[in-house]
Design a protein around this ligand. Structure first.
Ligand code: GTP
Ligand code: MG
Length: 559
């Protein structure tokens, strides 16, 4: 040991040398040889060179802008893809355990002083207008566990609450519920345990023993009785027959978070087990594990108008033409993989305009296609929705339009993008078929679309009041007229078979923006009528006079 002790002289030198000049604080010097080798192993850096030629400079600016845009897009998506269906496991947090402890006194063990366990955290749900996908919802949401109690009557802390944030339009259904008691019961049945063995297991599950003192059989019996009396011993979880499954249709923003799962209660400290016969209970109880629930989260976008068509019919181009929303457009099927929504404002003078605040997004694919077209000299900008002509004009109606992925035959059986698409149009007030006018028989496409809508949800097709025959530009008038006629015939037949009014056939070209005024105004009328119908169906609060008139009669009945 003596050999390891620093000598007095060394200590003195360290103590009195301070600040930057302290030799012990300086980094060790590398031998000159090593420094030279390290420097020579790296090639000399090229001097930074800025090319000031105009086109190159433009490119740099463009690249920076593109990168910024890409980053902003990614942020908006919050790193995930579009998700509109999810199964989520939810459970309130476990309650913390109580403690068996005693006050220390000079004479030894004093009165019981075990604190209670803290309750587990709850799971809540709320909406955010800033998200439009379930991609940020975690598949497992469990409330925080309550803290355990401690001696000196210190109670455990409350578990942290968890809040699930969903977009507006989410439908939530509880599909499975299982309590701990039921799980244990099933396990014990499988093990073939008898009554006494089950009881022993329950005691192990519920009771916390003092770390130093052995609990007597009487202590255990009495603690069991206390827990049974408080309803803590058997925590039955109500089945769906006893308590219906939770169903929530979140069609409007939620201001206050809603409770989905409550956390488990905290366990009892040993002060709760004192009785005239047991002054020093050596037991406490564990916290409750709340039942686990499985929920289905389904996002049903809330657009007033849904565009329904086969792949490549021009739905996204139409959305763009009507709303200015830059939905991805390309000449192949399934360009659109998830629904997108734009807003149309119709003014009192019959003119219409895109919602001013609609974000205009440029997609990656589009940029590539535009660049290619520019190189070939074939660039043609896609239509933009018009701006309001007269800013002072009042707005007649404002509605949202959703562009959806293409529908295929047998989509109702989940072929193609199937249900994910149908789910989002299910709640639209009005639908519009979009047909590719370049196809030989658009009437056949209409039959397919109608059949699929009806197969998914009977009565859904009745909401399609308009048929937009798209891509009619560059076609002979008589060819178009013939297709319109055959469409009208097909629509009439379908309507007759279902006892509904036939939809209106409109000739449009989304790409060149023809026929848009009529289409927008017809859609506005359809939305207005549907909204009015909903308003009329709502139960009205009774007029005050009416209630007043009835009051004397009610009083007369009472006496
Ligand atoms: N000539 C012409 N071409 C059109 C018209 N509308 C759309 N197109 C073209 O048709 C192709 C498909 O258009 P999209 O809008 O992507 O079609 P979509 O129905 O959204 O397709 P999916 O998303 O794949 O289902 C694109 O090349 C458009 O430029 C139109 O009115 N006239
Ligand atoms: Mg599309």
């Amino acid at each position: 040991m003596a050999a390891l002790a620093p000598c007095r002289a060394c200590l003195r030198s360290v103590t009195f040398v301070t600040g930057a000049s302290a030799p012990l604080l300086r980094p060790p010097r590398l031998p000159a040889q090593i420094i030279t080798r390290a420097a020579s192993s790296k090639p000399d850096p090229e001097p930074y060179h800025i090319n000031e030629e105009e086109d190159e400079f433009d490119d740099v600016v463009g690249e920076i802008k593109r990168r910024r845009k890409r980053m902003a897009d990614k942020r908006n998506r919050q790193g995930g893809d579009f998700v509109d269906f999810l199964k989520v496991y939810i459970r309130g947090g476990k309650g913390g355990s109580g403690t068996a402890a005693f006050m220390p006194t000079k004479k030894g063990t004093g009165p019981p002083s075990g604190g209670n366990g803290g309750p587990g955290g709850n799971v809540y749900i709320k909406t955010s207008p800033h998200i439009s996908s379930l991609s940020t919802v975690s598949k497992r949401s469990v409330g925080g566990q309550g803290g355990n109690g401690a001696g000196n009557l210190r109670h455990g802390s409350r578990g942290d609450d968890v809040t699930i944030v969903v977009p507006i339009g989410t439908v939530i259904r509880e599909v499975h519920r299982e309590g701990e008691a039921e799980k244990n019961w099933a396990d014990e049945n499988a093990m073939g345990l008898d009554r006494e063995e089950r009881r022993e297991r329950a005691r192990e599950r519920w009771l916390v023993k003092h770390p130093n003192f052995e609990a007597s059989p009487r202590d255990i019996r009495e603690a069991e009785a206390v827990l049974k009396e408080g309803g803590r011993w058997t925590q039955r979880t109500p089945s769906f027959e006893d308590e219906p499954a939770l169903e929530l249709d979140i069609a409007e923003p939620i201001d206050q978070p809603l409770l989905l799962a409550r956390g488990g209660g905290g366990g009892l400290g040993n002060t709760h087990f004192v009785s005239p016969s047991t002054r020093h209970p050596r037991l406490a109880s564990r916290g409750v594990i709340p039942p686990s629930r499985t929920f289905e989260f389904e996002l049903k976008l809330l657009a007033d108008v849904g565009l329904v068509g086969l792949p490549n019919a021009g739905k996204s181009t139409l959305l763009r033409a009507m709303t200015g929303r830059r939905a991805e457009v390309a000449d192949y099927a399934f360009t659109t993989l998830h629904p997108q929504i734009g807003v149309v404002r119709v003014l009192n003078d019959g003119t219409w305009a895109a919602e001013q605040d609609t974000p205009i997004e440029e997609t990656e694919l589009e940029r590539m296609l535009d660049a290619e077209a520019r190189m070939k000299g074939e660039y043609q900008p896609l239509p933009r929705a018009p701006r309001a002509r007269d800013r002072r004009c009042q707005e007649r109606i404002r509605f949202t339009v959703s562009d959806n992925p293409g529908l295929l035959a047998r989509a109702s059986e989940n072929v193609g993008l199937g249900h994910s698409f149908l789910r989002s149009i299910e709640r639209s007030l009005a639908l519009s078929y979009v047909l590719d006018g370049r196809r030989a028989e658009p009437a056949d496409d209409l039959r397919v679309l109608h059949k699929e809508l009806e197969a998914y949800k009977p009565g859904l097709a009745a909401r399609a009041r308009i048929i937009a025959l798209n891509k009619t530009d560059g076609q002979e008038d008589d060819v178009v007229a013939e297709k319109v006629e055959s469409l009208k015939r097909a629509a009439g037949e379908i309507a007759q078979a279902h006892g509904t009014a036939p939809p209106v056939v409109l000739v449009v070209s989304a790409k060149f923006g023809t026929g848009m005024d009529k289409l927008v105004n017809l859609l506005a009328d359809a939305v207005g009528t549907a909204r009015q119908r909903i308003e009329d169906a709502r139960p009205k609060p009774r007029a005050v006079e009416e209630v007043k008139d009835e009051e004397p009669e009610q009083e007369a009945d009472l006496f």
